[in-house]
Design a protein around this ligand. Sequence first.
Ligand SMILES: Nc1ncnc2c1ncn2[C@@H]1O[C@H](COP(=O)(O)OP(=O)(O)OP(=O)(O)O)[C@@H](O)[C@H]1O
Length: 233
Amino acid sequence: MLEVSNLNKYYGKNHAVNELNFTVDSGEILCLLGANGAGKTTTLNMLLGFVKPDSGRAILDGIDMYHQRTECREQMMYIPENVHLYPSFTAVENISYLAELAGVKVIQSDIKDVLLRTGITEAQLERKIGSFSKGMRQKVAIAFALLKHAKLVLMDEPTSGLDPVATQEFIEVVNTIKQRGTAVLIVTHDLLCAHQLADQIGIMSQRKLKQLIKNDDLTLPDLTEQYFEQFSA
Ligand SMILES: Nc1ncnc2c1ncn2[C@@H]1O[C@H](COP(=O)(O)OP(=O)(O)OP(=O)(O)O)[C@@H](O)[C@H]1O
């Protein structure tokens, strides 16, 4: 679904992303871990078409993510660290408005169904978003990704600032979109979340993807050890 090949970005002499290669299949979750300055945000910005790669390509289901940005945006959903929605609208009103802007045809009952599926309660459906927590706003964004039938969801630091219960709820909701066949790429500092969620874990260090690990048999202590090895090397 998502194929990143030989992606490079320089800021002057600073090689901000160095020969990045990975794929994320449909229904698969890749978590990219890395210290500050490892190149994660630059990678996301290239996938979002905000930053032009100096070389290499990112292809989403056959579409070049930089050169065909508009087509690509129709197929994907970006969920930033803090989801900004209209505080004086309810969740349903926010999604109706987002759908209208994106040209996605939806009916009110489908919006309610999908919000309930992401863990928004009946009572919360009536409340204005201004009173929603970070985790609840994320659920609304994920509900929109489901309605939009996004092929790829990109998330930046989704669990920072979430309490353990909200983090578990987040993990359950992301598994819902995975089961629908969406490819998910998460940029995070949260090793525990990556360990619980990911099919693949990428460790970025010094602007390179140093390791791409299948999460199947990896224990959390193993992952922690491998993570710290990249920074002591
Ligand atoms: N707009 C920019 N202009 C110049 N240099 C930049 C720019 N954006 C990022 N960089 C540099 O590129 C490198 C990678 O930064 P990037 O923000 O992608 O890392 P990161 O892994 O997202 O870090 P963090 O976890 O702190 O967000 C760093 O050396 C950074 O200083």
